[in-house]
Design a protein. Structure first.
Length: 192
């Protein structure tokens, strides 16, 4: 097996990440944190493959139940260590209800998604349509087939190892190096 590539460190776009979660909760009232994380994963991946950038800029880690956007995951936790202004933005747009061992997320219906491009919303809709009919175990199985998750867990030296987004390109049989360079340039210079 080849030597691991370095893992991309994208910059979280806080407004887009919060609005993306709100958008998901508005389209899917009562969605759980698990499904939010998987919707964002597939939306970010598919958008990146087609447009050369992710929606959120979040860093993905390989957890037991599949890929997880690390900062979004933290901001959705009740005892989060995230910055106050980010948590304030989350609580102004979302409300949480405990249902057994799950936390359900609901939109406060602010209807301001100005940070999201039309393509962002289209890929979020696509990912919601993909994930929504799947039971937990079915979605977990699909998530465990992601090359980036497999490689991160194979080479794990710690809990929740970072996933290499360049593996997305390789899994889709794209030129990994060229696509990865485009992603880095889009992160560096910004792409609408």
């Amino acid at each position: 097996m080849s030597t691991r590539q370095r893992v991309f460190r994208l910059r979280l776009d806080r407004d887009k990440a919060v609005q993306a979660v709100d958008y998901i909760a508005q389209q899917w009232p009562g969605v759980t944190q698990y499904y939010i994380c998987k919707v964002l994963y597939f939306a970010d991946k598919w958008h990146c493959l087609d447009w050369g950038r992710t929606i959120t800029g979040d860093r993905y880690v390989a957890m037991d139940h599949g890929p997880v956007p690390s900062r979004v995951y933290e901001m959705l936790k009740p005892a989060s260590g995230e910055e106050d202004d980010l948590l304030d933005a989350v609580s102004s747009r979302l409300r949480f209800e405990v249902s057994g061992n799950k936390i359900q997320v609901f939109s406060r219906q602010l209807n301001d998604f100005s940070a999201l491009a039309q393509s962002d919303k289209e890929y979020l809709d696509k990912a919601i349509s993909f994930c929504r009919p799947l039971r937990f175990g079915e979605l977990r199985e699909i998530a465990h087939q992601e090359l980036s998750w497999i490689r991160a867990t194979e080479h794990a030296t710690s809990n929740n190892p970072p996933m290499d987004l360049a593996d997305w390109f390789e899994q889709e049989e794209m030129d990994r190096d060229m696509a990865a360079q485009e992603l880095l340039e889009n992160v560096r210079y910004g792409v609408a």
